[in-house]
Design a protein around this ligand. Structure first.
Ligand SMILES: *Cc1c(COP(=O)(O)O)cnc(C)c1O
Length: 484
């Protein structure tokens, strides 16, 4: 199995060769040269597999240059009941991503797949925990080291730190806007005492943090000398790790592989749902992939009109589902590549236009950039959006009707899922975070605190370890040099 860039760069690297990197040299994103296929017989044979074994079966099709025994050991070490222990009452931690029926009636079947039982209570652990183990394994094999530099406004940074803590050969330098994350998120990150984890609180906003990461990454000499890497959502291994839970959800919701299911996915950078698209391209019988956005509706606009129009900072809203507050969707190029029949020349032209003109139009109208929007339906995509008021109403309704508390992002998913039900096709909503992470809104909706999993009760009282720094790339560079 080798990989290609969406923008047509000639090299054809292997899985291990793209594991530690981000963008392809031409600025494109990596995808497999061809999607490996899964037959229905094979799928039925996977039905009873524990999550770790299923992960091994799926990943083996993509990571062909990692010896089978090593990959099997890596997945077994990653997907354990101990790592994914933050279950709700009645959930089986051994299932890793337990599936629960919310309702089953004439409207159809609505299910919730818990992806947030890992150490940071958000679905990013599903991929990041594997990445931590893969990175450590690959670096040890090459006798190499890696210094991960990242910017976070919450979920990504903590998932990366919990995945990389204590890993040999890896250090994490994570920038976050000083005093701008929730108390829970801040405490989650800053309470880590592992010597390979460095939290840097930048006096500025999230964009300042991201600008510093860009400035450091653009200094190629420094980047090479200090072995700087990233773990952002375009990382291919993260996407492929997420493919696994679509298989798990499908297999748990069906009894034989002639049936179809749909997924509703709270979306921001299009990483999560991109994995659903890949599962579908591999032959998983998915009917609809429903993109759910909040007020930052770049993706909903595209899936209703064929127009992709990225937002300026002033048009990007701070919402109560903050991990979906994006101005452009960094993984979207992967889907567009497939939508355009893998024509990398056109992909490059369209994404150049995103930089110069703020977007592109595939609606087929006179003067547009193409008419491929008509093909979107063939790929199963549908979409919808949700507002703060919708989130409050959905959190209340889910509490009342199903007796559980969901977080704000998952509420966006449930709201949009209910608008896209088809009788006879189970609809699985992916739960992307636990409510405890976004308690402010839960209090507003329910007038009571979200329950916290065991072990998180006194999180904010733990000692915190972090550096405060001006929004200055040179200071960050000097800090890294002093600590490697
Ligand atoms: C990151 C995140 C999302 C968005 O996922 P994408 O892969 O960026 O589409 C949704 N919900 C939560 C809680 C997240 O942390």
């Amino acid at each position: 199995m080798h990989y290609v860039s969406t923008r047509g760069h000639a090299a054809a690297p292997s899985f291990s060769e793209i594991l530690l990197g981000g963008l392809a040299p031409d600025g494109g994103l990596y995808l497999p040269a061809v999607y490996p296929q899964v037959t229905l017989e094979e799928l039925d044979g996977w039905r009873a597999l524990p999550y770790a074994d299923l992960a091994y079966q799926v990943l083996k099709k993509f990571a062909t240059d990692i010896p089978d025994a090593d990959l099997k050991a890596l997945t077994a070490r990653t997907y354990t009941a101990d790592v994914y222990r933050n279950t709700r009452a009645g959930e089986d931690a051994a299932a890793i991503t337990p599936l629960r029926v919310l309702e089953q009636n004439a409207r159809g079947t609505l299910l919730l797949q818990s992806l947030s039982n890992g150490p940071t209570l958000a679905f990013k652990d599903m991929a990041m925990q594997l990445l931590g183990n893969l990175f450590e394994y690959t670096l040890a094999r090459e006798g190499a080291e890696l210094n991960i530099l990242g910017a976070t406004s919450g979920d990504t940074g903590s998932a990366a730190e919990y995945a990389m803590r204590g890993k040999r050969g890896i250090r994490v330098f994570m920038l976050s806007p000083h005093r701008k994350m929730s108390k829970f998120q801040t405490a989650q990150m800053f309470s880590l005492q592992d010597p390979n984890i460095f939290n840097i609180a930048i006096e500025g906003v999230f964009d300042d943090c991201q600008d510093i990461v860009k400035a450091v990454s653009n200094d190629l000499e420094y980047k090479a000398a200090q072995k700087i890497g990233t773990v952002n959502s375009i990382n291919w291994a993260r996407v492929v790790a997420q493919v696994v839970y679509y298989f798990r959800g499908y297999l748990s919701a069906t009894s034989d592989s002639t049936q179809k299911v749909s997924f509703a996915v709270p979306s921001g950078n299009f990483g999560n749902i991109c994995a659903g698209h890949i599962a579908r391209m591999m032959g998983l019988p998915i009917d609809k992939l429903v993109v759910a956005t909040n007020e930052n509706d770049v993706l909903d606009e595209f899936f209703h009109s064929g127009v992709y129009r990225v937002r300026k900072s002033a048009e990007t809203y701070h919402t109560s589902s903050p991990s979906m507050d994006i101005s452009k969707a960094s993984n979207f190029e992967r889907f567009i590549f497939d939508l355009l029949g893998r024509d990398s020349r056109r992909v490059r032209a369209l994404f150049d236009k995103v930089e110069t003109a703020g977007g592109f139009d595939l609606s087929g109208r006179p003067g547009s950039d193409g008419d491929e929007f008509a093909r979107v339906v063939k790929y199963g995509f549908a979409s919808g959006k949700s507002t703060h008021q919708d989130r409050l109403a959905t959190i209340r309704a889910v509490r009342k009707e199903y007796g559980i508390t969901i977080d704000t992002h998952t509420a966006d998913g449930v709201k949009v899922a209910r608008e896209n039900m088809t009788p006879g096709v189970p609809m699985i909503v992916l739960e992307t975070a636990l409510a405890a992470k976004f308690n402010e809104t839960i209090l507003e909706a329910l007038g009571a605190d979200a329950e916290r999993p065991a072990g998180f009760e006194a999180l904010e009282a733990l000692p915190q370890r972090f550096e405060v720094m001006a929004a200055d790339a040179d200071q960050v560079k000097a800090f890294i040099v002093a600590h490697v």
